[in-house]
Design a protein around this ligand. Sequence first.
Ligand code: A3P
Length: 288
Amino acid sequence: MSEEVSKIVDSDGNHMVVKYANGYPFPSFEKLKDNLDEFKKWTPKPQDVFLFAYPSSGTHWLWEVTCMLIEGKAERLQLEKEHYMIENSSSKTLDSLKEPRVLNAHVYIEQVPECLLENNKIILISRNPKDTAVSWYNHNVADLETDYTGKFPAFYELFRVGNVPNGDWFNYNKTWWEWSKGRSNVLWVTYEDAKSDLKSVTKQIAKFLEIPASDELCQAIAQECTFKKMKAEKHNLLPFELRGDMSFYRKGQVGDWKNWFTVAQNEDFDQIWDEKMKDCDLPVQFTI
Ligand code: A3P
């Protein structure tokens, strides 16, 4: 039986096709709900590594860096990348992947198996939500399955209240952050830090994963994973047939939101930030 699809409609009447899992809207991957239900019951191996992030935070980029570190080579891996994204894979597929697996997802904490939260190493990524909104908008208009043709102002109205695929940025990040505090099996990385010094972030990930990576290897991985190089080589997580020409490599910049947000939207978002983040010390570079 096919899974139920729903639509989010923006203020101009344009729709986005989504599927709900645990009450959260997700892009409509085939078998999304089945895959997430199976994942919740799945048992990873202790050496498997996980990257979780709200979409458009640089997940695919840091997944690539982490895979290279685990392989010990600054070489692009010839993997079927779509299988390493949990929303897109059944537990049978996950079981078939070479270990140790580096898996990524945009799932909420309650969608993750308890044993994984306790035993596995988890890398969490955050990005300035204004840049995330712009990137996620562009991604959704390029995603064939989402079928969205709206303009940014209408998307922004939905993003600010969390009514977009993958839900509320604040809820997503705050929940993971509060859970992660003081845990030794979690590393929190920001997109902006990776952008300003990818070699240092690569070293940080190596240290966290207890991989004895040399300075030269970290440097070589950082060079292999520049935006320019990855974009030119078009290493998308998901093949065109599956999701269309989505923008995993759109602009790769910090602060592009300034080209999209109006003054009023910016003021509005700053106010939302002040309200929602007043008791939260989430490591995200918001003021850039
Ligand atoms: P933009 O749309 O702002 O360009 P995710 O993988 O979580 O969906 O994140 C996608 C975002 O990460 C996109 O942001 C994409 O361009 C950016 N990105 C991907 N590879 C990158 C790289 N090597 N360096 C910097 N940004 C990168």
